[in-house]
Design a binder for this molecule. Structure first.
Ligand SMILES: Nc1ncnc2c1ncn2[C@@H]1O[C@H](COP(=O)(O)OP(=O)(O)OP(=O)(O)O)[C@@H](O)[C@H]1O
Length: 312
């Protein structure tokens, strides 16, 4: 977070309203509303095909949405694309790099689009990642390519860094250092937007998370808000045919997993007073409740009654 102001008072960097993307055969985004403030590490989590890349393509001005609005620092990526892209560092999931260039050549080439410090920053970043500047891009390993792509994206110190699966290909040590550097960026007032399947990593670094399912944001908020929205309820019983009570609304069982000697529920809007209701049901031996992990929330929101989950 910024040391001058809390993110809640910081300017809005990304704002989307009812953003909709229909391709010929599918509805990739269905009315996405987002508000992301400066100084935030924001993560979007979603299954394959949930619509993450479509959203990023719209934010970066490479895709025209079917409906809805999108602003980056108050600018429209479609009509003010050049200005928007100047503010952004972007690493796609498969970064296109010229294979015939060496690492230092691609740094110099890209530096020509920016101010003079770019080249030094790029060289420092490459040295930090221990990538050989004389090596040709086509001979780099997947992880080394990822390091080059990341170095290219951050060397102009962008206001907004957009990363599509940023750590795939990185070894655990580099991955950790990289994620820590994202926290440092946010602390300096920069904004990081990352799309990821690595839930444990997101849990470590993100201030805010949105879960995208079938083109709809089914849950969003801070990690704590999201985790406290869903409760894991574990019920032990002696008879597998025991009938458990219906939970009174607004509680909703999103996932109901049967186990040999019990049941495991993931419940939205669980009230702790419901523990007694379950405990006093015939055949129930024990009831335990825990806040769900981010991974459990993700699974609960993307299976079962997911479409019934509302954005917090
Ligand atoms: N240019 C396109 N034309 C038609 N359909 C598309 C196009 N781009 C994406 N789609 C479809 O839109 C849906 C969302 O795709 P998108 O790439 O945005 O998902 P994603 O969340 O980034 O997935 P992944 O995690 O697998 O990269 C998918 O069903 C995909 O097939």
């Amino acid at each position: 977070m910024s040391d001058q102001s809390s993110p809640n008072e910081s300017p809005v960097v990304i704002q989307t309203e009812q953003l909709t993307m229909h391709y010929r055969r599918c509805e990739a985004l269905r009315g996405v509303d987002l508000q992301i403030r400066a100084g935030t590490v924001f993560a979007i989590l979603g299954e394959n095909g949930a619509g993450k890349t479509s959203l990023i393509r719209i934010l970066t001005g490479f895709q025209t949405p079917t409906a809805g609005t999108c602003r980056v620092n108050g600018l429209d990526p479609l009509t003010q694309g050049d200005q928007v892209r100047r503010l952004i560092g972007y690493v796609p999931d498969a970064p296109p790099l010229y294979g015939w260039m060496t690492v230092e050549q691609i740094g110099s080439f890209t530096a020509s689009f920016y101010w003079p410090e770019y080249r030094d920053r790029f060289n420092q970043s490459i040295a930090q990642y221990k990538v050989d500047p004389k090596q040709k891009i086509k001979y780099l390993s997947k992880g080394q390519r990822a390091k080059v792509a990341l170095s290219l994206a951050v060397s102009h110190d962008p206001e907004l860094l957009i990363l599509d699966e940023p750590t795939s290909g990185l070894d655990p040590k580099v991955r950790r250092e990289f994620l820590e550097s994202m926290i440092d960026r946010a602390a300096a007032g920069r904004t990081v937007f990352l799309s990821s399947h690595q839930i444990a990593e997101v849990e470590r670094v993100a201030d805010c998370v949105a879960i995208l399912h079938d083109g709809v944001i089914v849950m969003s908020g801070s990690i704590d808000e999201i985790r406290s929205a869903i409760t894991r309820v574990v019920v032990d019983f002696d008879d597998p045919h025991v009938a458990l009570p219906e939970l009174p609304p607004p509680a909703r069982v999103l996932v109901d997993e049967r186990e040999r000697t019990g049941r495991r529920w993931f419940v939205r809007d669980f009230d702790p007073e419901m523990v007694d209701l379950i405990r006093h049901s015939p055949g129930v031996l024990d009831v335990r409740v825990h806040p769900a992990t981010l991974e459990e929330v993700f699974v609960a929101c993307t299976t079962g009654n997911a479409t019934e989950v509302v954005t917090s």
